[in-house]
Design a protein around this ligand. Structure first.
Ligand SMILES: *[C@@H]1O[C@H](CO)[C@@H](O)[C@H](O)[C@H]1NC(C)=O
Ligand SMILES: *[C@@H]1O[C@H](CO)[C@@H](O)[C@H](O)[C@H]1NC(C)=O
Ligand SMILES: *[C@@H]1O[C@H](CO)[C@@H](O)[C@H](O)[C@H]1NC(C)=O
Ligand SMILES: *[C@@H]1O[C@H](CO)[C@@H](O)[C@H](O)[C@H]1NC(C)=O
Length: 366
């Protein structure tokens, strides 16, 4: 029996049109996720931030992990630069991410930073361990901050949506099969361009430590949530992030260099966009989930419950240091996808509203 578990919260941030979305800092809330100003932890965090930026920029895959200090003030961190950025831009992005993360989540010992050119995360808890195949389903309990812009003029929304889906699906497939990398061609990284009116640009990337199946799972999840944002609309760009993978399209070029993949436009369609099914219905969150017995199901369920409770109270901020988009109106919602848990427990009642979160209603989706 293959069972995958996932708790996915989608944060939809509506922003004005812009070629490059602003950075987002996602703060871990709850007990144990704080540090005291000028403490040993903060000193370790500063050392780590200073060491990680140059290290990730020279890493062939644009990815590095680091640990600084000793318990109880140990800091774990990772950073992944987008495959097209050069070493200096990568280093600058990671350094800025740590500055933004500390500023936007003051005193918070666990933060994920999603910048334009890089993703970084630090925490006092081990989190890279979740990459081991038998714990992959737990690693998917990562928020996917999803950012979307305002509308653009397109010939037909349904056709535009089909074109977006086509290039994003091509990005996912191509990223997953890009299993080798070097200084110029990064592992699990692809950029694409689709001739359309307007042209559509896309990119996908996974952390190089993932297996192809994990990368595929991660990106397929992001594509699923991206669709929730763009289907039926003509958004100029949508970006969906997790710590382990990223997916984006935009009608403006946003990556450096030429597209690695050319995608042809789909045939014109007069049909309304095919709305995807309710989140979770018939969708397997993680096909790479391990064969899980009842015992492990219960353990994972407990972990998930704690995680869900903690994550409930997280907040998300737009980092105004990167783009002057602060004080904008944001429409946000969170979705907890607990379909697999429902499957595991057999007594979850679907479509129940769980309550109000920090920035909107929180639903359990079957
Ligand atoms: C931390 O150190 C800085 C610079 O040394 C100082 O300005 C600040 O007041 C200190 N904060 C606390 C809470 O001790
Ligand atoms: C950065 O890389 C150097 C050289 O490989 C290594 O000695 C150092 O420990 C790394 N720093 C961190 C924080 O991992
Ligand atoms: C690296 O990329 C940045 C941004 O694209 C650019 O301004 C800079 O000149 C590049 N540096 C090198 C050494 O190529
Ligand atoms: C990097 O890998 C790509 C694809 O495998 C290859 O075409 C390219 O020549 C390689 N570049 C270097 C500098 O090795």
């Amino acid at each position: 029996m293959h069972v995958g578990y996932g708790i996915v919260a989608v944060v939809l941030v509506l922003l004005p049109p812009s070629a490059t979305p602003a950075g987002i800092a996602d703060c871990d809330e709850g007990v144990g996720n704080t540090y005291v100003a000028n403490s040993t932890f903060e000193a370790n965090l500063n050392v780590l931030a200073a060491a990680l930026s140059p290290n990730v920029s020279v890493a062939p895959a644009g990815f590095a992990v680091a640990t600084v200090g000793a318990d109880p003030d140990k800091v774990f961190a990772m950073a992944l630069c987008r495959g097209d950025v050069n070493a200096s831009a990568c280093s600058a992005c990671v350094a800025a991410a740590f500055v933004d993360g500390k500023k936007d989540c003051p005193g918070n010992s666990g933060v994920a930073m999603y910048e334009d050119a890089c993703v970084a995360r630090f925490s006092r808890y081990r989190f890279m361990d979740f990459l081991s195949p038998d714990q992959w389903q737990v690693s998917q309990m990562i928020w996917y901050p999803e950012q979307a812009s305002a509308s653009v003029d397109v010939p037909a929304v349904g056709w535009f949506n089909a074109a977006v889906t086509k290039i994003l699906a091509a990005m996912v497939d191509h990223a997953v099969t890009s299993t080798t990398g070097n200084s110029t061609t990064k592992k699990y990284f692809v950029t694409g361009e689709e001739e359309f009116d307007p042209n559509i640009y896309g990119f996908a990337q996974c952390v190089p430590d993932l297996t192809p199946a994990q990368c595929n799972d991660c990106l397929k999840d992001l594509l699923f949530y991206a669709k929730q944002a763009y289907l039926g609309k003509s958004l100029s760009w949508v970006r969906v992030n997790s710590v382990w993978c990223r997916l984006m399209y935009s009608v403006q070029p946003f990556y450096r260099g030429r597209a690695m993949l050319q995608v042809s436009a789909p045939p014109p369609t007069a049909e309304a966009p095919v709305l995807s099914p309710e989140p979770g219905s018939g969708k397997k969150i993680s096909t790479a989930g391990i064969a899980a017995g009842v015992a492990s199901s219960v353990v994972v369920l407990l972990i998930l419950s704690v995680f869900a409770f903690v994550r409930f109270r997280r907040r998300t901020k737009v980092t105004d240091a990167v783009h002057p988009l602060k004080k904008i109106t944001r429409a946000q919602c969170m979705i907890f996808d607990l379909s697999a848990l429902q499957e595991a427990t057999e007594n979850f009642s679907p479509n129940n509203k769980l309550g109000e979160g920090g920035f909107g209603a929180v639903y359990k989706v079957s």
